[in-house]
Design a protein around this ligand. Sequence first.
Ligand code: MV4
Length: 449
Amino acid sequence: MFRKILIANRGEIALRIIRACRELGIRTVAVHSEADESSLHTRFADEAVCIGKAMASSSYLNIPNLISAAEITDVEAIHPGYGFLAEDAHFAEICESCNIVFIGPTPENIRLMGDKMTAKERMVKAGIPVIPGSKGLIESKEAALTEAKKIGYPVIIKASAGGGGKGMRVCHNDVRLIGAFMTAQSEAEAAFGSSAVYMEKYVDSPRHVEFQILADGAGGVVHLGERDCTIQRRHQKLIEESPSIAITGGMRKKMAEAAVHCAETVGYRGAGTVEFLVKGEKFYFMEMNTRIQVEHPVTEMVTGIDLVQAQIKIAAGQKLPYKQKDIRFEGCAIECRINAEDPENDFCPCPGKIESLYVPGGRGIRVDTHVYSGYTIPPFYDSMIAKLISHAPTREEAIRIMLRALDEFVAAPIKTTVDFHRKILMDSDFKNGKISTHYIEKFFPKNEN
Ligand code: MV4
């Protein structure tokens, strides 16, 4: 096992990783920007190194500074968390070449799954259902028109280097197609440095269901069930839950098989998530995320497995200590992401000082957060301030516990999404599972959300 790990991240996930290390008896090195001097990850780690100015590009994304910090503190491994450099194949390679273990998948795994078109082609070869669409990239306006005719409107154009909804364009007819194609290309070029785009049949009002995978790189692959992440706004997830109420037992079995097969067929190593689009009884592979995800606690609650510890053990060369049949799923878990944003003002981020904080607790509640009374939320990073996770034998009880916890939560005087979550959890459509990716629009009939 590693003696010392550097955490190349901030916020609640940095704290989450420090906790996992403590429990495993591993020393920790935090890196922080000038803006995160007094953050909890800086204080809770055994050592802390300032790696640059507030802007992420000068600090949390600065590879030379991170590697220098790792060498000075003599760590054996780096955990990237999520976001920042977590899915940067180049960074994983640099770690390897400096004899530092990257706690995550192989650079090849990351590179393959980062190219959404190539990933999709690999899944087709493996017999995994994918959304009908263009065979390869769309290279010209003429090709766009031909493909759209073949697929049939509506179609969606996606950036191959994208994912997570960035650089997507829906199109309903020939007249709009050329414009949509060119906009998608230039947005993709600007956002990802690659104008490569592909086309799919547009699936209206789908659901998003993803499977958690653990693979040891030595043939051991298990799935830890699914998370339903359908409740999103502008591709930002708001609520995640497990199990999904959108899928039947039969679908769950087939999707789990497909997710495990996906990891096996690419020789995956580490923790990963296979995302599916679900429409009625049908499911389609969308993409695989090669990182620990924000919503991982939902899976930890229903399986009892510590995913961050599992990542570290796999990176240290350990085999999975369980087979699929050993994994038990218990009850229902729900996560609400609490953001410092104003729902009344287009979810505009509201950084500032938290003068008074009360974090809920009690039976069935877990809170992952890095904030404290007197903490100032810096304006440079994302606006999530806490994740509330409830766990109970049934979904109804998990909802009740979450509502109780939301009532207790105080982060004065900043604006948060707490009340917005309360509205969703009290909504009868949410309770009855009558939701799709367009669900949030229902709360803003006038706006474009
Ligand atoms: C789609 C789709 C409909 N049809 N692809 C959004 C995130 C990215 N991973 C892919 N996304 C979508 N892809 C086809 N062919 C609709 C979405 C989508 C969506 C998917 C899951 C959850 C929320 C969403 C919100 C808007 C669009």
